[in-house]
Write a protein that binds this ligand. Structure first.
Ligand SMILES: NC(=O)c1ccc[n+]([C@@H]2O[C@H](COP(=O)([O-])OP(=O)(O)OC[C@H]3O[C@@H](n4cnc5c(N)ncnc54)[C@H](OP(=O)(O)O)[C@@H]3O)[C@@H](O)[C@H]2O)c1
Length: 282
């Protein structure tokens, strides 16, 4: 299979390049394929004729999306739709990675793939628009919702918490925001399994279980053997101190119902975190 990974420099993109090592992988970074210049990107797709296009690039900075909403919709919704259409034109399958932030977090239980979406932030709205536009442009597309991703040495919540603790400070972390943390390598292997099974539509893929941001931070520090505490705070307190912060869902754990039904499961998040922390340069 010839597989194009758009956004190969990000944590999910890099993990997919590793997971798909047995295939002919076209690993495109922003320098090769800028979503703001999607026409050039579509030309690259037509010229390279991959059988699968996986879009991992996105504007993922939730705060930046609030400030630059036009850019968020261009990068997270308009460009994906055009890339999905270009993929369909060459009969390539298309994969769009989405987020738990399409939900409001008030459901009281993990969300399944058919749950009603109600994003709270510009980022969430732009990603929901990306899902809708993608499936309209290329109905066979695979839309994978995931959450709280960590993996590799780059910027993510787990690595940021460790850096704060290693600098001798106690991280302050919200204790009433719950999700299902997900290791990029486990996510990539699961996406690879869904592609092998030629499945399409919306799938939820997260590591098993759920925890608060505070619990995730504590586990990261304990498993790293760092002598630091984590100070829990409430979302209300955080928002009082950061009045411009984007609203985030309080309980956005995902139930991976469709993946489990086809035998694709991810290990528990704590096991995944241990493997991430054991990886050199993480
Ligand atoms: N991270 C999470 O917690 C999380 C949770 C749920 C869903 N997701 C979704 O998972 C997918 C992958 O995210 P990730 O965690 O791998 O994020 P990431 O590590 O920040 O990677 C995002 C990549 O997108 C690239 N990018 C941004 N704007 C671009 C543009 N205009 N053109 C081309 N490339 C651009 C970035 O390049 P630069 O480095 O050059 O900016 C970066 O390599 C995204 O669709 C995201 O919405 C992520």
């Amino acid at each position: 299979m010839r597989v194009a990974v758009v956004g190969a420099g990000g944590q999910v993109g890099a993990a997919l390049v590793r997971a798909l090592a047995g295939h002919a992988v076209l690993a495109w970074t922003r320098a090769d394929f800028d979503l703001e210049d999607f026409r050039r990107g579509c030309d690259l797709i037509r010229a390279s004729r991959p059988q699968i296009v996986i879009l991992c690039a996105a504007l993922v900075d939730v705060q930046r999306a609030e400030r630059e909403s036009d850019l968020a919709f261009r990068v997270n919704a308009i460009a994906p739709a055009i890339i999905a259409r270009a993929s369909r034109e060459i009969s390539a399958r298309f994969v769009y990675i989405s987020t738990d932030y399409v939900f409001d977090g008030d459901g009281g239980a993990p969300y399944d793939e058919w749950a009603t979406t109600r994003p709270l932030s510009v980022y969430g709205r732009s990603k929901r628009a990306g899902e809708v536009e993608t499936l309209s442009a290329h109905p066979e597309s695979l839309v994978v919702r995931t959450s709280s991703v960590f993996g590799g040495p780059g910027r993510n919540f787990v690595n940021a918490i460790r850096q704060v603790a290693l600098s001798g400070r106690n991280p302050r972390v919200v204790a009433d925001e719950v999700s299902s943390p997900t290791y990029a390598d486990d996510l990539a292997n699961a996406i690879s399994a869904l592609l092998a099974a030629t499945l399409g539509g919306v799938f939820h893929l997260t590591n098993e279980g759920e925890c608060s941001r505070y619990e995730l931070a504590r586990a990261a520090i304990e498993l790293s053997g760092i002598a630091a505490n984590v100070d829990p705070i409430t979302t209300a307190q955080f928002r009082r101190e950061n009045p411009d912060s984007a609203p985030r869902p309080r309980h956005s754990a995902l139930a991976n119902l469709r993946a489990r039904a086809v035998g694709v499961t991810l290990p528990p998040w704590r096991d995944a975190l241990t493997r991430h922390l054991c990886t050199p340069a993480s």
